[in-house]
Design a protein around this ligand. Structure first.
Ligand code: AMP
Length: 358
């Protein structure tokens, strides 16, 4: 049964993704309530209510459950225990299991490999000896990442051709947290697929975007990606497999490396709407945000087809100074996140330039 208009959707997390979900929910006639410790957060500025508390605050979670017909989240580091406690009282989509998988890079790769989706080779690393052994296994090249809480390239270190050891102190320098060494992938390009699964099990995948990162942060997403049709279809099929394997409801973002022969390695999955899917609000009838709300509300999924080619670009820090000039362009959609202060590295907004579909 679908959620009646006027119902309240709870959203854990108050950043720009929560903001865009709240706007999409409002367009479909729903109310939203945001759980976020930071007052006047980007999402709460456009929602009906904010509970200003930590994500694992038991009273706040009880209040959120009581006030919401369904609960979702906008970031993957929601404490699994909080999501599971909520799920005992109110439907939570996507399922807490998706958080569990996505929060640990080792669990994520084991899950992906287990359902037949290839990733870079990897080894769990907890000390310098394990790092040395893992680097030897990967011929001296690899990327060392934190297993948990890493995003936008933070907490990462690249090793190239360093087979001989001398890694004493590396794990300490990374705060002795659990790590993963991934073999270095000589990819040709990076793509991502945004896909959704409805309450009825229907799946809809958008076209893959081609992504360029700068300083570990997404810079642009371009449609169409310069890949073969079979590669695009394989990426969409992999995303669909992830969704059905997790009995997932909602939108997911899956990032892939494309190798020279067109084959794919999955890099990571985000159990939420994704920065590399922002282009959908300008180049599709139904954006990833509306698609997510449709899915969790039990409404039919929308058409993920793309009516235009486009390039989405993030506005980071002082990039917001470009806004007046950008607004003068005719085929450009701008989205600002309501953040007062433009700190370096902070995502302030994005824009999408559309062009006729070739
Ligand atoms: P991540 O935090 O895993 O998304 O990594 C951030 C960026 O680092 C990716 O978008 C890639 O550009 C690069 N990267 C991550 N893992 C690898 C890898 N195993 N091999 C080569 N490049 C990588």
């Amino acid at each position: 049964m679908s959620l009646p208009a006027g119902s309240t959707i709870g959203i854990i997390g108050g950043g720009q993704l929560g903001r865009m979900l709240a706007v999409a929910a409002a367009r479909l006639g729903y109310r939203t309530i945001i759980l976020e410790p930071q007052a006047d957060c980007p999402a709460a500025q456009v929602a009906n209510r904010q509970i200003t508390a930590a994500y694992d605050d038991a009273d706040a979670l009880a209040e959120l459950a009581a006030a919401s017909a369904v609960v979702t989240y906008e970031f993957e580091n929601v404490p699994v225990a909080a999501a599971s406690a909520l799920a005992a009282k109110v439907p939570v989509h996507p399922p807490p299991r998706a958080l569990e998988v996505a929060q640990d890079r080792v669990a994520e790769k084991q899950f992906l490999n287990g359902i037949g989706i290839k990733t870079a080779d990897f080894r769990a690393v907890d000390n310098d000896d394990e790092l040395t052994a893992a680097l030897r296994a990967f011929s001296g090249s690899g990327i060392l990442k934190t297993r948990r809480m890493g995003y936008d390239g933070k907490g990462q270190r690249v090793f190239r051709n360093m087979e001989t050891g001398g890694f004493a102190g590396t794990c300490e320098a990374m705060s002795n947290v659990p790590l993963i060494l991934e073999s270095f992938v000589a990819f040709e390009r990076e793509i991502s697929v945004i896909a959704a699964r409805g309450l009825d099990g229907a799946v809809a995948a958008y076209d893959p975007a081609e992504n360029v990162h700068r300083d570990g942060i997404l810079h642009t997403s371009t449609l169409p990606a310069q890949i073969r049709q079979e590669t695009a279809a394989a990426a969409q099929a992999a995303a669909a497999k992830i969704l059905s394997s997790l009995d997932y409801v909602g939108v997911i973002g899956v990032e892939f490396f494309v190798l020279a022969d067109g084959s794919l390695l999955a890099n990571e999955m985000a159990p939420r709407v994704h920065n590399s899917g922002h282009w959908t609000e300008a180049a599709c009838i139904v954006s990833q945000f509306e698609q997510h709300i449709r899915a969790i509300a039990g409404l039919p999924l929308g058409n993920p087809g793309r009516h235009s080619n486009c390039v989405m670009e993030n506005l980071i820090g002082d990039d917001v100074l470009r806004v007046p000039a950008l607004l003068a362009e005719p085929d450009l959609m701008l989205h600002l996140y309501g953040k007062a202060e433009a700190r370096p590295g902070r995502k302030m907004g994005h824009f999408t330039r559309i062009s006729r579909r070739s």
